[in-house]
Design a protein around this ligand. Structure first.
Ligand code: MOS
Length: 729
């Protein structure tokens, strides 16, 4: 294979065959005979004091080896940002999925039977289930020692909103609410752990960041980091749901304390009850514009339900606050973002990370404003969308490579070239009277990589050997392939840079002791960040190889992107991000007025990916993400009552399946090189989720004249809105 021929090729994934045949080993496949089986004892109540734990009946059950409680945890507090979550609760439980004890037994049935025999005496405490009530000074405190349920807040202020509204010809306001979303990855949490002959704790599981899991588990046990080894098996999806520790630390704890190999597999119900969800967020906002189509002011209040523990709530809230004014150059902005503790399930990372919630509000407001001033919403967007050099709400220029306008234009050009509008008018002629059709569109952007001054880096090592010309290489990069194809992208970037066939590049990616830290598989960052580290390490190895007589050379490179900063407490001023991915979508829907059912018929999803390392993988990400976006927009609804999840299975928490997918998905991929990314690549994996909900809202409005402001747009809600609008007409 010659150079410059690998990047861009639709090469197949090296893990594809194993996944299709079932040969791939997922964490649950690693459980071996002789391992102890673990079972979690969940709190099963929203807020209560633990009066006592009586494990005697459980311990007396045949096959039971131990019942672990808080007493066995050396450092009983963890979390990605705040260490506010106990591994096992000692005195108080704060949500239904809190863990109180772990039963270890010789068989799985014994562990399960004994878990039901662990008797915990509780005294129920007053609880709070919505963030607004939680912020009332009279509300019960979720974390008493904090003295408040306010988990985090951030004002972002730019210009003078009063002057901005005074200059407006039209001012509109709206309130938008979103609810939880479950990650629903195919493989529920599972893993194994043991202590090896060097007294190292080995945890084999699925996650998104080897080295962060290692750090948190080492801290919990008071071990040096290199005494803990994290290995990832095949990972069946993550989507942010494996960013927080769920069972990884429990496996490590049990293996370390009991000095026996252990394994655990969560059921789907345990998975839904046990791991965090996407944040429910309410956004109340006011937007002003002139008759000539300039957005003059945006004022908004963003309020998120953080649930019982901090997880990544602060960061998600910062993103939702930063994005509440959309992808538009607005001079006058005043936004207050807040997130509150409640006794609900913790909220945390989920594909989009605060941007989809914000985009729902901003894009519906933009379409409504355009209608109000009598301007075509596409033209209105073009006038206001971010351009190179524009200033963000945080008062800094956008990172270079702003492609909001070309991406939006490409989406609209595709919509017109495909003649969907004409076809829709024709279809309307022959539709039965209970069917309505409409087309909507929306634009958005999303940061890639860590924001707000987090020390962002990725490290890779390339070993290169040969006799004359290079003949083979080994790439060490601790980057999780959560199903997105990261490992293939890394291999292709290395092969392209080294001038080797991809098969000649060996990968070492899934062991924290064998591969350097490339950061997490999150924030759409791996292709850009780890990819750049791989590229730079490969380039350096190649130079060394040619400059020396050594026929085996090694190069390690840590890539650091352009710096970001924390945001100022009073104004939000700062440099939030080093790169954005831009997206625009158009969707046609069909609505059955008898049932309220909304069917997405056709979707265009336009993206600037800088450079597609592997076009087939990029298109796969667009299609997969759209399935998730369709669920989020139309179906998925986690129901709770007083903190208890009422939909802990896929029979009640409804996900889209094949028949729910549109007839046609058009992934439209622009390659406008990013100045920093490897071969110009930038991240794209979260972006299809960002503008989809408002695009569907606009399509429903186009079809029926109603605006929905509560996600998801379930048949019940659509029907109720249709009936309410009939009643007022
Ligand atoms: Mo994520 S939501 O950046 O895994």
């Amino acid at each position: 294979m010659t150079r410059a021929s690998i990047v861009g090729q639709p090469l197949p994934r090296h893990d594809a065959i194993g996944k299709v045949t079932g040969a791939a080993r997922y964490p649950a496949d690693l459980i071996r005979p002789g391992m102890l089986h673990l079972k979690t004892v969940f709190a099963g109540r929203a807020h209560a004091r633990i009066r006592g734990i009586d494990a005697s009946a459980a311990l007396a059950h045949p096959g039971v080896v131990a019942v672990l409680t808080a007493k066995e945890v050396p450092f009983n507090a963890f979390g990605l940002i705040d260490h506010d979550q106990p591994v096992l609760c000692a005195d108080v439980v704060r949500f239904h999925g809190d863990k109180v004890a772990i039963v270890a037994a010789e068989t799985e049935p014994a562990a399960e039977a004994a878990a039901a025999l662990v008797h915990v005496e509780y005294e129920d405490l007053p609880a709070v289930f919505d963030p607004r009530t939680a912020l009332d000074p009279a509300a019960p405190l979720v974390h008493v020692t904090r003295g408040t349920n306010l988990l985090f807040q951030l004002p972002i202020r730019k210009g003078d909103v009063r002057a901005g509204f005074a200059a407006a010809d039209v001012i509109l306001s709206g309130t938008f609410s979103t609810t939880w979303q479950e990650h629903a990855f195919l493989q529920p949490e599972a893993g194994v752990a043991w202590v090896d002959e060097h007294d190292r704790l080995i945890v084999e599981t699925a996650g998104q960041w080897l080295h962060e899991d290692r750090k948190q588990i080492a801290e919990m046990l008071g071990l040096e980091q290199d005494q803990v080894v994290i290995r990832y098996a095949a990972i069946g999806g993550a989507f942010g749901g494996r960013e927080d520790l769920s069972i990884q630390h429990v496996l490590g704890l049990a293996a370390w304390v009991l000095k026996r190999p252990v394994g655990m597999v969560w059921s789907r119900e345990e998975s839904i009850i046990g791991h965090h969800k996407r944040h429910p967020i309410e956004i109340s906002c006011r937007w002003g514009a002139t008759k000539t189509g300039t957005i003059t002011a945006v004022e908004a209040e963003v309020l998120a339900d953080g649930g019982a523990y901090a997880s990544t709530s602060q960061e998600v809230t910062k993103v939702a606050t930063l994005f509440a004014s959309g992808s538009y150059a607005v001079e006058n902005i005043s936004i207050l973002g807040r997130v509150a503790y409640t006794n609900n399930i913790p909220s945390g990372a989920f594909r989009g990370f605060g941007a989809p919630q914000a985009c729902f509000a901003s894009e519906v407001m933009v379409t409504r404003l355009a209608h109000a001033i009598g301007m075509d919403p596409a033209e209105f967007r073009r006038q206001n969308l971010y351009r190179e050099g524009d200033i963000e709400p945080t008062r800094n220029p956008l990172p270079p490579g702003v492609s909001a306008v070309p991406v939006f234009d490409a989406c609209m050009a595709e919509l017109s070239a495909r003649g969907w509008q004409k076809a829709l008018e024709t279809a309307r002629q022959s539709d039965p009277p209970w069917i309505r059709r409409g087309i909507g569109y929306a634009a958005g952007h999303k940061n890639l990589g860590y924001s707000f001054g987090f020390p962002e880096q990725a490290t890779a090592t390339v070993e290169l050997w040969g006799r004359g010309e290079p003949e083979g290489a080994r790439l060490r990069v601790g980057a999780a392939d959560v199903g997105q194809g990261a490992h293939l992208a890394m291999r292709m970037i290395a092969a392209e840079t080294l001038g080797l066939a991809p098969d000649l590049v060996e990968l070492v990616t899934d062991d924290s002791s064998e591969a350097p830290n490339a950061g997490s598989a999150s924030a759409s960052r791996l292709t850009f960040m780890a990819g750049r580290a791989v590229h730079d390490a490969a380039a350096q190895a190649l130079v060394r190889y040619h400059d020396s007589e050594d026929r085996q050379v090694t190069a390690t490179v840590q890539y650091r992107p352009p710096a970001t900063t924390p945001l100022a407490e009073e104004t939000g001023e700062g440099i939030p991000n080093y790169c954005y991915g831009y997206v625009a979508q158009a969707v046609e829907v069909e609505i059955d007025l008898r049932t309220g059912h909304v069917r997405p018929v056709r979707v265009i999803s336009a993206h600037d990916v800088g450079r597609a390392i592997n076009m087939q993988q990029v298109e796969g990400q667009v299609e997969g993400c759209l399935a998730q976006a369709i669920g989020y927009a139309l179906m998925e609804e986690l129901k709770t009552r007083d903190g208890r999840i009422l939909t802990p299975g896929f029979s009640t928490y409804l996900l889209p399946t094949a028949p729910d997918m549109p007839d046609e998905i058009v992934p439209l991929v622009l390659e406008l090189a990013d100045p920093e990314g490897p071969f110009g690549a930038r991240g794209m994996a979260e972006m299809p989720l960002v503008p989809f909900v408002p695009a569907v809202a606009a399509a429903i409005h186009d079809a029926t004249g109603i605006w929905l402001d509560r996600q998801p747009f379930t048949p019940e809600r659509v029907l109720a809105a249709l009936m309410a609008s009939e009643a007022t007409n």
